[in-house]
Design a protein around this ligand. Structure first.
Ligand SMILES: [Mg+2]
Length: 458
């Protein structure tokens, strides 16, 4: 814990849904749910308008539809989220060389390295307020919530206190007063199982937890977690902000002498690579949310396709299934000379730092988790069946009407709303699915791969 509130935590508000509202003017101020839209889909992000109806992340889409039937249910557009995230992370890195991204929409920034004249509360507050405005301008209007505190723990708690569009500073010395009335679940690493174990012992708030001595706590929750809980209940947290964390990924790839053309063989190779990657994740006690495949075609074009899960995984079955699914929409008929699988977005910020335990979110290897459905099935990733070319929310382009997005499709008809971030709410038109003037719109393909090298994490 530092003497000054120099750790900043920035969290974009309802990120995926906010990007959709930015790019689809007719949805601004309306309930929007981004996630899997199929029968087994889950909600990745709900806009604040949808949350008012009780829609939450990780809820089944079916449940979300029953709670808020008039919401717009959209599949994710991962390229747009990645692009917005890149803009924000670049901006943060201009602020300080020490930026630690936690996910696409969240990062810690170390203000000790920001070159400020001092780190008094007034100074860091003014700086953070300015940063929020810069984020909004740079992203075309996305809002962020910022927390400032003397540690990562406190900064993260602070950014969540008054979401959305908030700035909360926890002045040095007030941390324990802030935490005491809160539920123990505010402490990172305290999931439902630990919370229930503590509750049975009569411990519900951080104040209750603070009153328990270390020996008792170790007995209650075990060695690994007990030590961390004892410290965090007292707001003791010395974990440094670590840059380059985003680059942490685990991957495996292979180059082939003769171009591969057999899909079954390619799927087999991806499955084996997924097994290697998942084994390394487990060995290092890590798990990740984003599964990427890298495919180099016969003409040396390199394609990366990613998809992001609502929860981190270290399961061979899950990584393999997603890797194979990502392959389905790529045209590999000309032959493939390189295949790779990677997992990034590693772990939750807490898992590898404090408790040193491997993820328990996904269980061990074994039976495929049939219920686990993509939170964001990036349309371009082709995770969905190939014939559903027009998924709700997807970007399209029409020869005369220009850019728009798929409002819905079915019975041979696709309905499009023609609007973009820079236009007013636009008109709606319907077309036959095979309308030649209409096609999916995609951003330009990045030519070289951006999958980090196959280094195991330190
Ligand atoms: Mg967020």
């Amino acid at each position: 814990m530092r003497k000054q509130a120099s750790v900043l935590h920035l969290d974009l508000d309802a990120f995926f849904a906010s990007v959709e509202q930015r790019d689809k003017p007719s949805l601004r101020g309306k309930p929007v749910v981004v996630g899997g839209v199929g029968g087994r889909g889950v909600v990745a992000t709900a806009s604040y308008e949808a949350r008012r109806y009780g829609v939450r992340s990780a809820m089944s889409t079916r449940e979300a539809r029953s709670r808020c039937p008039h919401a717009a249910f959209l599949t994710g557009r991962f390229h747009a989220y990645r692009e917005a995230s890149d803009v924000v992370m670049r901006l943060l890195r201009e602020v300080s060389p020490l930026v630690e991204p936690l996910s696409l929409d969240e990062a810690f920034v170390d203000l000790e390295r920001a070159g400020l004249p001092d780190l008094e509360v007034a100074t860091v507050t003014a700086y953070a307020a300015d940063l929020r405005e810069r984020v909004a301008v740079a992203t075309g209007g996305l809002t962020a919530s910022i927390g400032l505190g003397t540690s990562k723990f406190i900064a993260k708690v602070a950014s969540d206190l008054e979401k959305p569009d908030a700035l909360v500073v926890v002045p040095p010395g007030t941390e324990r007063d802030l935490l005491r009335p809160m539920s123990v679940s505010v402490i990172p690493g305290v999931g439902p199982v630990t919370a229930e174990r503590l509750r049975r012992a009569g411990i519900q708030t951080v104040a209750d937890l603070e009153a328990v001595d270390l020996a008792e706590l170790l007995r209650l929750v075990g060695q690994a977690q007990g030590t961390g809980l004892h410290a965090l209940a007292r707001a003791h947290d010395d974990r440094p902000v670590v840059a380059e964390r985003e680059a942490k990924s685990v991957s495996s790839e292979g180059t082939y002498e003769t171009d591969l053309t057999d899909r079954r063989l390619m799927e087999g190779l991806l499955t084996r690579q997924a097994g290697e990657v998942a084994a390394r994740l487990r060995k290092h006690g890590l798990s990740g949310r984003t599964v990427t495949i890298k495919v180099r075609l016969h003409d040396f074009t390199t394609l990366n396709r990613s998809t992001t899960l609502p929860e981190p995984t270290d399961s061979t079955a899950t990584v393999a299934r997603l890797a194979r699914a990502l392959l389905t929409d790529l045209d590999t008929s000309g032959g493939v000379r390189l295949l790779g699988v990677g997992v990034s977005g590693l772990a939750d910020w807490i898992q590898d730092d404090l408790f040193g335990e491997s993820s328990d979110t996904d269980g061990a290897d074994g039976a495929p988790e049939e219920d686990e459905v993509l939170g964001v099935d990036a349309v371009e990733a082709g995770v969905k069946a190939r014939r559903s070319v027009y998924a709700p929310g997807q970007d399209v382009e029409h020869d005369e009407m220009g850019r728009g997005w798929v409002w819905g499709s079915g019975r041979g008809v696709v309905t499009v709303r023609f609007e973009t971030a820079g236009t007013p709410p636009g008109p709606v038109r319907s077309y036959a699915l095979d309308e030649p003037a209409l096609r999916p719109w995609r951003p330009a393909e990045p030519t070289e791969n951006d999958m980090p090298a196959a280094d195991p994490p330190a």
